[in-house]
Design a protein around this ligand. Structure first.
Ligand code: UD1
Ligand code: MG
Length: 486
């Protein structure tokens, strides 16, 4: 099947510098949603991918397509055609004509209608199916709306057969009362489409070449016209303004939340979760309010995520507890670990089982083995940390010399006192203890106490006393404080 996605329009009502189809829903451009569904529909074996008609902001749209090819190679199959001037939906499709395989039917999608399901599109394609290509019918996805204002209306004969589509601006007041609307999504016989598109005229209220005018042409040519509806209204909702985008985002999020709950996940409030990517959960996962998941996130069975956590591209093991306000990005967390509150795991944080990372602790590009703890105010970067290590409050691995990054190795059973700086590259041997306040610039031997610290001294000393201002003004000279006795 040929798939053409119309995406040349400007989207004036968004009042944005970004082309409308690049506005994001659930963290992905609207066009990416449509393309993913189109690619799914065509399957891996398809020789050519969907054709995107670009126009307004064409350079940005092409740049976006080039950027997603890296993430998903299937996007490499997508081709673009330019509609230099936006003269209507019929004119847009005309630009793609030379790329269409006449033996296959053509599915038209809109780049700003992001949530049409594969199931609905398969239903529509099946409805159009004749003996492939040549004899296929014309299938229209329509919708009954209580308020059809603004949409093209489906005009039917007395016997119920579709006669034409009339646009709102060209409709008579009687036609405006029709509640069945054109969603714009349709499957057409490509051989006929070639002829019809060339015959389109712009003699209408908007002076545009309407794709919808091909319906009356199909009636004339005796091509059967069939209609189908999507299971849910949101599947055919287009985005024209920011309020519509926000409304559709909420619909999409609540749908995702419902799917999670169906799969055995508990959500404190299904209206207060945002999934911008894919979230896979085991059974009995609990997610509290205000959490945002980005990219690919996995939460294994029994894991609990506290309120207001942000988790991106991370794999979280079984029975992990992530306390409130934690931020995880590119992290792996092992079974039974405790994270946060206010913890930050950055890319390459790889924690084994039962690791504790507490408040205001940042871990980057570091492997931490089982049962180790950094419970308060620490930075662990570019490190390899063994098992049963205790990293005291305020400990910092000084991994960066201003030019290069260096590694810190902390072996098993090490105890690091508070406020220690480990100036990398440096190694702390197995079972070593570092005294609080140590600045470690050389390797610390195993099983010994290493301390680097100025000697503690105590002096007789008189703390200066704040003098009363009035008293000071009466005095001519102030007394010097007495010297401390040695
Ligand atoms: C269109 C339909 C209308 C339908 C409605 C559904 C026509 C004539 N009308 O109207 O029956 O009810 O969609 O939302 O088809 N586009 C281009 N190039 C152009 C014009 C549009 O690529 O020159 C693209 C837009 O980017 C958009 C889609 O086509 O993705 C629809 O265009 P839009 O201007 O929104 O059409 P409507 O007037 O809403
Ligand atoms: Mg529109």
């Amino acid at each position: 099947m040929n798939i053409v996605i119309l995406a040349a329009g400007q989207g004036k009502r968004m009042k944005s510098a970004l082309p409308k189809v690049l506005q994001t829903l659930a963290g992905k451009p609207l066009l990416q949603h449509v393309l993913s569904t189109a690619l799914d529909l065509q399957g891996k074996s398809a020789k050519t991918g969907p054709i995107v008609v670009v126009g307004h902001g064409a350079a940005d749209v092409k740049e976006f397509l080039a950027s997603v090819t890296g993430q998903d190679l299937r996007f490499g199959k997508v081709t673009t055609v330019l509609q230099a001037e936006q003269k209507g939906t019929g004119h847009a499709l005309l630009q793609a004509l030379s790329k269409l395989d006449v033996k296959e039917p053509t599915l038209v999608l809109y780049g700003d209608v992001p949530l049409t399901s594969k199931k609905t599109l398969l239903k529509l394609a099946k409805l159009a199916d004749g003996v492939r290509g040549q004899d296929c019918a014309l299938a229209l996805l329509t919708q009954n709306l209580s308020n059809p204002t603004g949409y093209g209306r489906i005009v039917r004969d007395l016997d119920g057969s579709v006669k034409s589509i009339v646009e709102e601006k060209d409709a008579t007041s009687e036609q405006k009362r029709i509640t069945e609307i054109n969603t714009g999504i349709m499957v057409l016989p490509t051989n006929f489409l070639k002829k019809w598109l060339k015959a389109l005229r712009a003699s209408n209220a908007q002076g545009e070449y309407y794709l919808t005018d091909v319906i009356a042409m199909a009636v004339k040519d005796g091509v059967p016209i069939r209609t189908a509806q999507a299971d849910a209204e949101y599947e055919t909702v287009g985005v024209n303004s920011r309020d519509q985008l926000a409304a559709l985002e909420r619909v999409h999020q609540i749908n995702q939340a419902n799917q999670l709950m169906d799969a055995g996940v508990s959500l404190a409030d299904p209206a207060r979760i945002d999934i911008r990517g894919t979230l896979e959960c085991g059974t009995d996962v609990f997610i509290d309010v205000g959490c945002v998941f980005e990219g690919c996130v996995t939460l294994a069975a029994g894991t609990k995520v506290g309120p207001y956590c942000i988790i991106r591209n991370s794999v979280i093991g079984k029975d992990v507890t992530i306390h409130p306000y934690s931020h995880l990005d590119g992290a792996k967390v092992g079974v039974g670990s405790l994270i946060g509150p206010y913890a930050r795991l950055r890319p390459g944080a790889d924690l084994a089982g039962d690791v504790h990372i507490g408040n205001f602790v940042e871990v980057k590009n570091s492997k931490i083995a089982a049962n180790s703890k950094a419970n308060h105010l620490a930075y662990v970067g570019d490190s390899i940390v063994g098992s049963r290590v205790n990293i005291g409050a305020g400990t910092i691995t000084c991994n960066y010399d201003g030019v290069n990054k260096h590694q810190t190795i902390i072996e098993d059973d090490v105890f690091i006192g508070s406020d220690t700086q480990l100036v990398a590259p440096v190694r702390v041997g197995r079972g070593a203890t570092l005294g609080a306040g140590t600045t470690l610039t050389k390797d610390a031997p195993a099983n010994q106490l290493t301390v680097s610290r100025a000697k503690q001294i105590s002096l007789q000393w008189q703390r200066p006393v704040k003098q009363n201002k009035k008293v000071v003004s009466k005095q001519v000279t102030a007394k010097k404080p007495q010297k401390a006795k040695k």
